[in-house]
Design a protein around this ligand. Sequence first.
Ligand code: SF4
Ligand code: SF4
Length: 489
Amino acid sequence: MNAIPPSLGDKTAKAVSVDHQPLYADRVRIYPQKVEGPFRRFKWAVLVLLLAIYYLAPWLRWDRGPGAPDQALLIDMPARRAYFFFVEIWPQEVYYLTGLLVLGAVGLFLVTSLFGRVWCAYSCPQTVWTDLFMWVERMVEGDRNARMRLDKGPWTAERIIKKVAKHATWVLISALTGGAWVMYFTDAPTLVVDLLNFQVTGAVLFFILMFTATTYLLAGIAREQVCIYMCPWPRFQAAMFDEDTLTVTYEDWRGEARGKHKAGDSWEGRGHCVDCLQCVNVCPTGIDIRDGSQLECIGCGLCIDACNRIMERLDLPKGLIRLDTVSNQVARAQGGAAPFRLLRPRTLIYTGLLALVAAVMMYGLATRSTLEVNLLRDRNALFVMLSDGTIRNGYTFKIINRARADREFILTVSGIEGATLAVLGGSSGSRAAVFSTRPDQVETYRVFITAPRQSLDGESTDISFVLEEDAMENGENVIQDTVFLGPKR
Ligand code: SF4
Ligand code: SF4
């Protein structure tokens, strides 16, 4: 087994020496500097893609037939339905949402164990909106030095105008974000028309304002403080890391001893880090990656872009800061190399889990029934003895018709000789009952079974309700087993 180089060991020692650390450090204002490079370009591409999906998805339409909402993605709270293109989830099917959450969580574990904090770096909403807000800030107030000068200077007209312009743009983006969020819960075009006519309900207005305020506060004001102090994910994601996980790493064995460098000076006996602090200046959380792996590092790679430009200028090999694994760093420090391993026990387990949950969900969706029956036996009274000596039991029958068409069903009961059916407000004393159900509705019926006492097995007789669809073909059937109670013999 490879020994960890002394430099990496020093970092561990530094990391555990946390005596007398304050619980919450004073906030040091961060002025991230503009940077260019492959990581920055990738970050912009993901940001544009995710924001486009977020703002435009509620406008996608999906024809579900007459009477049904045509918004492709919709959580319809009053109707208690969730629509996802061709999938329609009822409250009784909330396990699909649970499955989606499990898929998301296991997928995140897999990606994290392979590529480190890519979620934090590129796709976490906090990162995406903070990045967008920082871009606005840079457009209005200028790059790092200009912003620092502006904040240190007096409150001139220029400073006031710039601050008002920046905050007004932030509020506008926040309001669009809050409005877009509510569109996932109501018809988007209708909401826009209602907003333009000042006709939104108090609840809609409350949620738009709430999401506007939280976007403004989290992305504009709190920024990196959310990642450092509020978010639980950085605290337990380390459990998914191993020595083959990619993380942003400073090659201290190559960079140290650091120091300023003048053109023409020799590189003999010193490291390649010229202490220019470019990696620190571009960092959105304001840390120095040269201090080693830190909880505050979201893994965005912007310091890699910054350092590579310096290395290029100095005609030194790029990658003093790089995305790398501990295994490879240990090997490289000793002049070797360790290839990146995709297949490891933990990634195989996560992939297996992911495939299993996805397969179960696909099977559930493929075999999903448009008919569901819930049956509840009366508890009070358990049975009634009628004047002619027969015994009657009551049941509440719920037929969930998930199809978008009227459907007829025939209900029969088996298990007791001579039993008859009666439906409250409908037929009585017959061997079968007919139910008409409306499309996309839950219909509730009170059903009574009356049976001769001599036909019962005793206090409890097993019976079955059979609900058959009255259709020419492809009709659905449901059998519900229950009991019929009677007096002691
Ligand atoms: S240290 Fe580098 S990778 Fe980590 S957050 Fe800062 S810029 Fe991003
Ligand atoms: S950007 Fe590179 S050279 Fe400059 S301080 Fe950071 S690690 Fe050293």
